[in-house]
Write a protein that binds this ligand. Structure first.
Ligand code: DGT
Ligand code: CA
Ligand code: CA
Ligand code: ZN
Length: 574
């Protein structure tokens, strides 16, 4: 059980209580506890002392006891009691975008909805539209939400997969002994299952996996392969091979399948054979097997980074000697998109800055939401200028780090920016985002994006497609038109690192960069710990074949400001 799992169980309790119309303070106390646990500075285990828990914000004795029960058994008495009378399928209904506990309770009472399929049926029959607070539009949105949920079809987001896999690797002997493979190693935005690999020398890895606290069931426990299902219904495969086959197996289980097929063809062309044990000649003598490099090299190729192994041009580039030197997380020198308590962030400007500095960054743009985004506490012109004063103070307190003045300006449904150009002109950096009217026609959303990109005040268009993985499909933007506008308007495009966005997606980012449009990789952090999402955006960038030169925020502060055309010195120094 990770802290995240425990927090999810607490959230679930709060959801059920809320659907049942339970006391609001009780609902709130479980939600607060969940929030607190997910940010706890230590991992909760069966040996954690109750005193350590009650020292956390919002956790009293009774919830601490439930938390310990969950840590020990995966559930607790309150949850079990609730589930005895509560249709568990209603929890799935809550995962549908636009359905919260209040709606779920309404559908349950008035339309006999108790799981996803009865929800879909009710919506198709038009039985939801007539309910209180509902209408034809909101009923349609529920059908769209169901569709978005299905589009993930059992896959999980890269962020969750990566965190889970890291924990497993650590508990199975560490990264020297256990290697990640599959779509995870290739950095895909969603992951079907987790593939791990170890050698027979790491005896006991199989048992360590099947006995792991995250494991819910064990479909297969063999000498050379174990398969388990962990919390969240995620499948994990662990393969065990002799140490001399590690390179061949790592390559094989990293895939992609298409890449493997091409590799085998290259081997066959030479009269050889390639499989997960090695590369063999016609007599079955091993040519290479213990490292990936040796296998690629025997086939006349340089080592190909996993993110490129999609049979999407990597073989030609490898033969030509034109494989890109892919960007790495350490190349990123600043974060151009983050929030603070001025809008919907949880940390102050100074806390966010110190967090970024601790990760080795040199600068950060503070870009809170603008006034049109009322629900996110967006700020108006006057507040932006007040915030700028606070930025000056923070900069005085910091050494070797600079906070830049910025905004995430909303692109209104009309296509206008919601902050006056007089104020935009006074900022160091302007992010522009579409947050509303995402289901407008292709012509409308294209027009809005294009106008934003053409604006002389806008530096980058953020999360350009507006998609949320598993929750909302991308806007129907004419991407070619947006690229042209970026070219003309001297505007960059963002790869947003939030795991449910990863927007631009890899194929789009590759196309944009090939056209010479500068790319930004930014976290959109709403809290210090969201900076950890950077690696997911970097994975997307690597899958997009990007080099350091193509990513603007790999540049120094001076070079970045020069690019904006606002002069080389930050505003506060002029
Ligand atoms: P996923 O799990 O759907 O996100 O995608 P992958 O790529 O992780 O696919 P998975 O888990 O089915 O298999 C892991 C790797 O093992 C895959 O990338 C390539 C290799 N592999 C699996 N089955 C086959 C196969 O039938 N032929 C070949 N050539 N390779 C395979
Ligand atoms: Ca997989
Ligand atoms: Ca697999
Ligand atoms: Zn943002």
């Amino acid at each position: 059980m990770t802290n995240r799992d425990i927090a999810e169980r607490l959230e679930e309790i709060a959801d059920i209580l809320e659907i049942q119309g339970g006391e609001p303070f009780r609902v709130r106390s479980y939600r607060r506890a969940a929030e607190s646990i997910s940010h706890a500075p230590f991992q909760i285990t069966v040996t954690t002392q109750p005193g350590a828990l009650t020292a956390l914000d919002g956790i009293g004795g009774s919830i601490a006891e439930r938390v310990m029960q969950i840590a020990r058994t995966g559930t607790c008495d309150v949850r079990e009691e609730l589930l005895e009378v509560f249709p568990e399928g209603l929890l799935d209904v809550l995962r549908v975008p636009g359905v919260g506990p209040k709606k779920a309770a309404l559908f349950f009472r008035e339309a006999h909805v108790h799981d996803l399929s009865t929800l879909e049926q009710a919506a198709r029959d038009g039985r939801l539209a007539g309910l209180k607070g509902m209408g034809k539009k909101s009923e349609e949105r529920i059908l769209e939400g169901l569709e978005a949920l299905r589009s993930l079809s059992g896959r999980i987001l890269l962020g969750e997969a990566w965190e889970r896999a890291e924990e497993l690797v650590r508990d199975l002997g560490g990264p020297e002994r256990v290697r990640m493979c599959g779509s995870l190693r290739r950095g895909r935005e969603t992951i079907g299952d987790l593939d791990l690999l170890t050698s027979t020398e790491n005896a006991g890895a199989g048992e360590a996996l099947t006995a792991h606290s995250m494991v819910e069931s064990v479909p297969l426990a063999g000498e050379t392969k174990s398969t388990v299902i962990i919390t969240g219904g995620i499948q994990v495969d662990l393969r065990v091979v002799p140490p001399e086959s590690l390179g061949a197996a790592w390559m094989y289980f990293t895939g992609s399948k298409q890449h493997n097929v091409r590799m085998r063809e290259l081997a066959q062309d030479k009269g050889w054979k390639l499989n997960e044990y090695g590369l063999f000649d016609a007599d079955g003598q091993v040519i290479a097997s213990d490292s990936e490099e040796s296998i690629y090299s025997a086939l006349g190729l340089p080592w190909i980074p996993p993110e490129l192994r999609e049979d999407a041009g990597e073989f030609r580039a490898a033969r030509d000697g034109s494989l890109p030197t892919l960007i790495e997380a350490g190349d990123i020198r600043g974060d151009t998109h983050c929030h603070s308590t001025w809008s919907d962030g949880v940390h102050t400007i100074e806390e966010m800055a110190r967090g970024a500095q601790a990760l080795g960054m040199e600068y950060m743009v503070i870009s809170d939401h603008s006034k049109a985004l009322g629900i996110a506490g967006g700020i108006n012109e006057e507040q932006i200028l007040q915030q700028a004063e606070e930025v000056d103070q923070v900069n005085e307190a910091l050494q070797g780090f600079r906070v830049l003045k910025g905004i995430e300006v909303d692109v209104l449904s009309s296509g206008e920016l919601d902050i006056s150009v007089e104020v935009l002109a006074q900022l160091d950096w302007v992010n522009a985002s579409i947050h509303s009217g995402l289901s407008q026609s292709a012509a409308q959303v294209t027009e809005r994006s294009v106008r934003a990109a053409l604006s002389p005040h806008v530096d980058v268009v953020c999360h350009p497609l507006g998609r949320l993985l598993g929750r909302r499909k991308a806007m129907e933007i004419d991407f070619e038109a947006l690229l042209q506008a970026c070219e003309e308007g001297h505007t960059a495009l963002e790869i947003n690192c939030s795991p449910d966005r990863l927007d631009l997606p890899d194929t789009y980012a590759r196309q944009a960069a090939a056209r010479g449009i500068p790319i930004i990789i930014a976290t959109d952090a709403h809290a210090i710990e969201h900076r950890g999402n950077l690696r997911y955006g970097v994975a997307v960038a690597r899958r997009a074949w990007l080099t350091r030169d193509q990513v603007l925020n790999c540049r120094s502060l001076e070079a970045l400001l020069q690019w904006t055309g606002r002069g080389s010195a930050p505003l506060s120094e002029r």
